[in-house]
Design a protein around this ligand. Sequence first.
Ligand code: ADE
Length: 243
Amino acid sequence: MRIDLISIFPEFFDVLDLSLIGKAQREELLTLHRHQLRDFSFDKHRSVDDTPTGGGAGMVMKPEPWALALEHVLAQRETPSAEPPVLIIPTPAGEVLTQRTAQQLAQAEHLVFAPGRFEGIDQRLMDWAPEHFQVRPMSIGDYVLNGGESAVVVMVEAITRLIPGVLGNPESLAEESHADGLLEYPVYTKPARWRGVDVPEILLSGDHAKIAAWRAKQQDLRTRKLRPDLWAKHVVAREQNLT
Ligand code: ADE
C-alpha cells in the first residue's frame, strides 16, 4: 500500500516510523510519503490560509496549495490508469471510523490523507477533489481536535495493521475487540494465582472446545455490560443471519 500524508506539520507523522508500522515500511509492505503543504504555496510567507470570505472568526485554508500538493501526488503514481486513490479528509463532521471501515480501507492500494487546520479547507477544493479521488471525509470520534494530524496517525495505525503481513500473529486479528462486532474476552497469564486471585479454572483444563465456549460467553457478557450499543447491533445482525 502507498500512503501520502500532506500537512503543514509533516514531522507529526514521525511516530509512524516506530514499532510495527516502521517495520512494515522497512519490509516494503507499506510506503509512506510525507509532503509539506507549504512547499506548494508560492507567496512570500508560503502561507496556506487566509481570512474567511464573508467575515467570521478564524482562518480558512486556501484551495491552491492543496490542489497543487494533490496534483503532485497524482503525478507520482506508477499506474495512473488504476482506480483513483482514496482521499481521506479528517474532520469531526465526517463518517466515524469503525473496524469495518478500517478493514475496507486496508484493501486500498493508495490512500492520501489531507488533514486541515484552522476552520477547514475552502469548499471549492472539496468540490474539485472528487474528479480525481475517491473522497472520504472521516472522523475518529465525536470530539474536536486542533487539527487532523493526530486523527491521521490513529487512522493509519488502525488501517495498516490490517494489511496482511504487518502483524506478527494474524490470529490475534480474528480474536481482538470489534473483529466480530463484540469486545474481546478477558485474558490471563502466569502465575495461576496472583495476590490471592486465581485464573478461571477452565483456562487450565486444556479442553480447547470448553475454553472457546467460555471465551465466547465472556465476550457476550462484556459487550452487554460495557457497550450496550454494540450489543444491540450484534443481536440484530445475528437475527438477520437466522432469517
Ligand atoms: N479534526 C478535528 N477533530 C477531528 C476528529 N474528531 N476526527 C477527525 N479529524 C478531526
